[in-house]
Design a protein around this ligand. Structure first.
Ligand code: NZQ
Ligand code: ZN
Length: 386
């Protein structure tokens, strides 16, 4: 196992009605709250009213309208509100987009220049407001990690800002909030969780035995309950298992003792930067193509382990087992109702060269990935998805 530092300071309040704790917990930091939310789903579901009920007596300033693939312009607006109103706490109610924008806002509130500077140079992050979250879609793990992915509309870049000060202070994870998710979001969220686990499972170091067994259990949970949640949106057992899996899939537990760069996410981030597609949809399309592309005599053993441990594949031949595992993975995404090709979502090859260049430039794909990929490799993977 590689040496590893593990410190996850986020207080998780998991279960039905846990939102009631917010008054006491936010109250420890002050009374002025910036409430950040998305396009209005929380108004339809009644969560917006609930937040006001729980935070009775607090001074609430609102930043609505955070879009999926959150934009730098929202961050600028939020940071301006924090400064203008002397905000004490940023409260994100929503999914990864809302939480990510809130994290960036919490840091930008203490920075006088362009908030994009903080993305390009994290050493400029010196301080951040406390971040509280109420999670309404399980996917990104943003509720329990220090990362935020922000899109710069002008430069067409989608990059991560990652800093220990950006761990949420507290996250409310109530599985009943997931009941109202549209099927597409349940499916895309599930694909995102699965991809996070893959990114950590398929890494150069094979010596972190316990970590890999955790990953296999997390994958089995997604494969079992993802389909249940699609058929029965208000199945508490399914929603609660998926919700906790989303958090542990990206709170570094599954990277413990491993290390290396991620493979599919940087390739997907270019797709959502250029075409504003749903992150989990892009991952579901790219993942089987990436798996087939990197399958070789060196990697087949690990792919076979995945197939045997997670899918119960019996084949004694590693290559056959590996291929069956990849097929099962692809079938699972299909059963979730996710598209299988870029063509289905209206993307052609016009930007492949540029996107491939950016994916390699902005990540560790060519230097530290499970199988190192150059620009041509990434372009080939995009092409395999047409
Ligand atoms: O905006 P509203 O109206 O709230 O609707 C949202 C949005 O349209 C809707 N939704 C959320 N909860 C709902 C609901 N609709 C009905 N009922 C509910 N309970 O779902 C849509 C998607 O929301 P979004 O926040 O965009 O989803 P997600 O959590 O998948 O976040 C995606 C973003 O996170 C980034 C992605 O790149 C993307 O920008 N990521 C963040 C990571 C992180 N911070 O660690 C890691 C990930 O790999 C990922 O890159
Ligand atoms: Zn992701």
């Amino acid at each position: 196992m590689n040496s590893y530092d593990f410190c996850v300071p986020t207080d998780i309040r998991f279960g039905k009605d846990k939102i009631e704790c917010l008054s006491t917990e936010i109250g420890k930091y002050g009374k002025k709250v910036l409430l950040v939310y998305g396009g209005g789903s929380i108004k339809k579901t009644g969560l917006y009213d609930k937040v006001y009920e729980v935070l009775d007596g607090f001074e609430i300033v609102e930043l609505p309208g955070i879009e999926p693939n959150p934009k730098l312009s929202s961050v600028k607006e939020g940071a301006g509100l924090c400064k203008e109103h002397n905000i004490d706490v940023v409260l994100a109610v929503g999914g990864g987009s809302t939480i990510d924008a809130s994290k960036h806002i919490a840091a930008a509130a203490f920075y006088d220049g362009d908030p994009w500077d903080l993305v390009l140079d994290r050493s400029l992050v010196k301080k951040a407001l406390p971040i509280f979250t109420v999670l309404t879609i399980c996917a990104t793990g943003s509720e329990m990690n220090p990362g935020a992915v922000i899109s710069n509309e002008e430069t067409k870049e989608k990059l991560e800002i990652n800093h220990p000060l950006l761990y949420p202070t507290l996250s409310v994870c109530d599985p009943t909030y997931l009941y109202t998710l549209p099927p597409k979001q349940t499916a895309a969220g599930c694909a995102d969780i699965v991809s996070h686990i893959f990114e950590q499972y398929f890494q150069p170091n094979d010596g972190a035995f316990l970590t890999d067994r955790f990953s296999e259990a997390a994958l089995k949970t997604c494969f079992k309950y993802g389909l249940v949640a699609m058929k029965e949106p208000d199945n508490y057992e399914a929603r609660s298992n998926l919700m906790w899996t989303s958090s542990i899939a990206l709170n570094h537990l599954l990277t413990f003792g491993k290390g290396g760069a991620w493979s599919v996410h940087p390739i997907e981030h270019e797709l959502s930067a250029f075409y504003d597609i749903t992150h989990g949809v892009g991952l579901a399309i790219l993942t089987p193509a990436w798996m087939r592309y990197v399958l070789n005599s060196e990697t087949e053993k690990r792919f076979a382990t995945y197939a045997r441990e997670v899918w119960g594949v019996n084949s004694g031949n590693d290559r056959d087992a590996a291929l069956e595992g990849i097929e099962r993975t692809e079938k699972f995404f299909k059963e979730l109702g996710l598209p299988g090709t870029l063509t289905e979502i209206g993307i052609d090859d016009s930007d492949f060269t540029l996107m491939a260049r950016e994916a390699v430039r902005t990540s560790g794909l060519s230097s530290r990935a499970y199988v190192k990929l150059n620009e041509k490799d990434v372009e080939n993977i995009y092409r395999a998805c047409l």
